[in-house]
Write a protein that binds this ligand. Structure first.
Ligand code: SAM
Length: 276
C-alpha cells in the first residue's frame, strides 16, 4: 500500500500545526508493533492515526485498535487504508479534549502505541503517567531529544522532572533511534521510540502526589541546591530542610537533578514524616 500515492490521490494537504510527519517504511512499522509487545489479546490506543500506516500494522496483530485523529480531512484517506479491518475504531477528535476516565472505561486494559505529534508529546505522556488506571505500557515515537530526556539517568543533563515522574509508573527505555529520512514529509530532527513498561522497575511510594510535589520542588530552580528548593517550595526553615535531607539519607548541598527516583521516594517519606 503506497501511502504517498493515496494521499496525493485524495489531494491531501499536510498541516504543520498538527505535527503531520507520516511513517511509510513497513519494516519500521512492524518493528514498532513488536517493540510494544502487541499480540492478539492486546487493546491498543493510538493517538494520531494520520494516513493509517501504523494503525494498519497494529490492526494486523492486535485484538482491537482505537485511534484518535484530529484532522477530519484524513477521513476519506483512512476510510481507504483501513477498509479491510473490522477491529479498528476511529475517533475524529482532539485526544487532549477527550473524557479520559470514560475512554479508559471503554478500553479496559490497554497499551498506547503512537507516532506522536511533537507539539503535545510531553503532556500526552504525562497524562498516562499521572492519570491512567488501565494503561499497561506506552510505546511512542518522539523527537530524539525528548526520548533522551524521558529515559535519562539521574545526574545527567537530560534528567528532569518528567524522567522522575515517569519512573513512578514503570521502566523507561529508548528502544530504537529513527532517522528523519524515514518520515514524509521529512522533519528537521531525528526521532526515537521510547517504551514505558508500567509496573516494572517502578519506584514504590505511598503518596504519588507528594512524590510529584517533591520532584517539582527539586527541579523548580536547577541552579539552587535541593535544600534551598525545599525551603522555597514548602516554606520551611533551613533546620527543617536539613533534618528532612538527613532522614532521607540525602547529602546536604546536592542539587535535585542528582537524585534518583528511589532517592525521591525516600525524600517523600521523610517529608511526610515531618508532616509538611
Ligand atoms: N500515525 C501516523 C504515522 O505514523 O504515519 C501519523 C503520525 S503524525 C506524527 C501525528 C498525527 O497526529 C497527525 O495525523 C495529526 O493530525 C494527529 N494529531 C495531532 N494532534 C492531535 C490531537 N490533539 N488529537 C488527535 N490527533 C492529533
Amino acid at each position: 500500500m503506497e501511502i504517498r500515492e493515496i494521499l496525493s490521490r485524495h489531494g491531501f494537504a499536510f498541516k504543520k500545526k498538527f505535527g503531520q510527519n507520516f511513517l511509510t517504511d513497513p519494516n519500521l512499522l512492524d518493528a514498532i508493533v513488536s517493540d510494544a509487545g502487541v499480540d492478539e489479546h492486546t487493546t491498543v490506543l493510538e493517538i494520531g492515526a494520520g494516513a493509517g500506516a501504523l494503525t494498519r500494522a497494529l490492526a494486523k496483530r492486535a485484538k482491537r485498535v482505537v485511534a484518535f485523529e484530529i484532522d477530519e480531512s484524513l477521513r476519506p484517506v483512512l476510510h481507504e487504508t483501513l477498509s479491510e479491518f473490522q477491529n479498528v475504531e476511529l475517533l475524529f477528535s482532539d485526544f487532549e479534549k477527550c473524557d479520559f476516565p470514560a475512554l479508559e472505561k471503554k478500553l479496559g486494559p490497554y497499551v498506547v502505541v503512537a507516532n506522536l505529534p511533537y507539539y503535545i508529546t510531553t503532556p500526552v505522556v504525562m497524562k498516562f503517567v499521572e492519570e491512567s488506571t488501565q494503561c499497561r505500557g506506552i510505546t511512542v515515537m518522539v523527537q530524539e531529544e525528548v526520548a533522551l530526556r524521558f529515559a535519562a539517568q539521574a545526574g545527567t543533563p537530560d534528567y528532569g522532572a518528567v524522567t522522575a515522574a515517569i519512573a513512578l509508573r514503570g521502566r523507561c527505555e529508548l528502544v530504537r533511534k529513527v532517522p528523519r529520512t524515514l518520515f514524509y514529509p521529512r522533519p528537521n530532527v531525528d526521532s526515537a521510540v521510547v517504551r514505558v513498561t508500567f509496573g516494572e522497575g517502578n519506584v514504590a511510594v505511598s503518596d504519588a502526589r507528594a512524590y510529584r510535589a517533591a520532584v517539582r520542588a527539586a527541579f523548580s530552580s536547577r541552579r539552587k541546591t535541593l535544600e534551598n528548593n525545599l525551603i522555597a517550595a514548602f516554606r520551611i526553615s533551613r533546620e527543617e530542610a536539613k533534618a528532612i535531607l538527613a532522614d532521607a539519607n540525602v547529602p546536604e548541598g546536592v542539587r535535585g537533578e542528582t537524585l534518583s527516583p528511589a532517592d525521591f521516594a525516600r525524600l517523600v517519606e521523610a517529608i511526610s514524616a515531618h508532616s509538611l
